[in-house]
Write a protein that binds this ligand. Sequence first.
Ligand code: CP3
Length: 353
Amino acid sequence: MGVEPTRRMMQVLAGQALDPPPVWLMRQAGRYLPEYRATRETAGGFLDLCYTPKLAAEVTLQPIRRYAFDAAILFSDILVVPDALGQHVRFVEGEGPRLDALASADDIARLDPVATAKKFSIVCETVARLRSDLPAETTLIGFCGAPWTVATYMIGGRGSPDQAAARLFAYRQPEAFARLMDLLVDVSVDYLSQQISAGADCVQIFDSWAGSLPDDEFARWVVAPTKRMVAALESRHQGVPVIGFPRGAGANAARYVRETGVTAIGCDTAEPLGAMRNLAQMRRKASGAIAAQGNLDPLLLVSGGEALDRRVDEILEAMDGVPFIFNLGHGIVPQTPPENVSRLVNRVRGDGA
Ligand code: CP3
C-alpha cells in the first residue's frame, strides 16, 4: 500500500480545525457550468445522466478541474431512491421532479427494495470510477436524501413549499407512513453502505425539508430515522463520517446533533454564525469533536463583488479555530456566474485577496 493521502476535509471531519478550512459547494456540478450543460445534452434525460457512470463521473469532475475543491460529491440525485424502488420518477424541463404520488398503504406495499440492487450498483460504478479518477487529496462524498425529505417527494409527487401532502399523510395514516419511513431507512442505509464500499470517504444525508415540522414530528421523522441510519452505518463501516444537513432545523439543530450521532452538521443560510460556531464545539458521545459546514447564501454567490468578499471573511472569522468546512447554506443556483465561484474559493484560501 502507498502512503495515505492527506484529505483535508477528512482531517476536519476527524475533529481538526484547519486554516484555511476545506471548501466545497452543494450542487457544485450543475447548470451554472457550460461544460455541465454540454454533457447533460449528450445524456438525454437527467436520470439518464445519473445512470451513465462515464457521464456522471465526468460532471462530478468538472467543478474539481475548474476550482480544485477539497471534495467532490457524487453526481446523482436523492430521487434515485424512489426511482430504484419502482416509483415512476421523471424530471420535467424547467419545472423539476414529478413522481406518481403514493396515496395509500397499498402503494407503499408495492415499493420493492429488492429491485433497487440494479440501479444502486450503477451509481456505485460511478463512485468507483471517481475514486480512481480523482486527485488523491480530494475527498469523495457519497449521499442520499433523508427519509423525511424523500418521503415528501414520494407522497407529494413534486416539490412543494410546505410539504403539506406528506404532513397530512403522516397525520392521517400514521402506520402506513411509519412503514414507508422504515423502508426508506433500510434502503438508504444499504445505498450509502454500497457507496462507501465502492470508495466514498464520507456521506451526507440531505434533509432539505427538515424545517417544516413541529417539534414532536421533528423528533419522530427527522431525528429518529437519521439516528438509526447513523448507528447502522457505524456498525458496518466504523469511523466513516456522516454529515447531516437538516435544512431549516433552526433551534432544533443542537438537538439533531446530540441525538442523531452525526459527525458533522451542515448549516443552512439562516443559521446565525455564533450558533454555527457553537455547533462546531459540541462533542459526540462516541468519538469527540463535531464539525460544522456552511453556510454562505447562494444568492450572494450570484451577486458577487465586495459584499461576497465581506461575508466570506465574516464566516471565516466566526469559525476560526473550530472544525469547519466552508460551503453554501443551500445549493448553487443556475444563474451563478462561474467567475464568482473562483472569487469565493480564492478568498477562502487567501489567494490574491
Ligand atoms: O453537485 C451536487 O451537489 C451533486 C448532485 C446533486 C443533485 N441533486 C443534482 C441535481 C445532489 C446532492 C442533489 C440533491 C437533491 N436533489 C436535493 C437535496 C438538496 C437540496 O437542494 O435541497 C433535492 C431536494 C433534490 C431533488 C431535486 N433534483 C429537485 C427538486 C430538482 C429540480 C430543481 C433543479 O434545480 O432543477 C432536481 C434536479 C437536479 N438535481 C439537477 C441537478 C444538477 C438539475 C437538473 C438538470 O440538469 O436539469
